[in-house]
Design a protein around this ligand. Structure first.
Ligand code: 9L3
Ligand code: MG
Length: 136
């Protein structure tokens, strides 16, 4: 049986805009956009893992607002994605830079959500995130 691996993604909002991050690796994902985040390490709480991942990838401190309901299978067998809406507490949106794993960032207004080439498996998560954001 394939082990179930939990991947956590951040729906980071600033002034009503959602952060999209363009992956620089691995090769087959490079150039595609995602909700930043990564794998929960063994023994780690998913929310702690997300705070750690966003610190590592973007150099930011965030406050997790709420989990976006749902869970989405990823490309790798056994991998599933869960998403939390989050807000910056350490920086302004203009100050955020990709430190590792990404080579571009965009803050997308609601009408720009589909302007980037999201990873196929992130699309349903982005849809759910947008729905969550629109109703709060
Ligand atoms: N993944 C897909 N969508 C996302 C994230 C954060 C991750 N929004 C996939 C890419 C990798 C795996 O999950 O196959 C682990 O992610 P990472 O640790 O390479 O970021
Ligand atoms: Mg990552």
């Amino acid at each position: 049986m394939t082990e179930r691996i939990l991947v956590v993604g951040g729906a980071l909002y600033a002034e009503g805009r959602l952060l999209a991050a363009r992956r620089s690796a691995p090769a087959h994902l490079a150039g595609r956009w995602e909700l930043p985040g990564g794998k929960v390490e063994p023994g780690e709480d998913p929310e702690q893992a997300l705070v750690r991942e966003l610190r590592e990838e973007l150099g930011v401190e965030v406050k997790l607002v709420e989990r976006v309901p749902g869970e989405w299978p990823l490309e790798r067998p056994g991998y599933v994605l869960r998403v939390w809406a989050a807000e910056l507490i350490s920086a302004s949106a203009e100050g955020v830079r990709p430190l590792e794993d990404h080579d571009a960032l965009r803050w997308l207004a609601p009408d720009e959500l589909w302007d980037v080439d999201w990873l196929e498996h992130d699309r349903p998560a982005v849809t759910a995130t947008a729905r969550w954001h629109a109703t709060r």
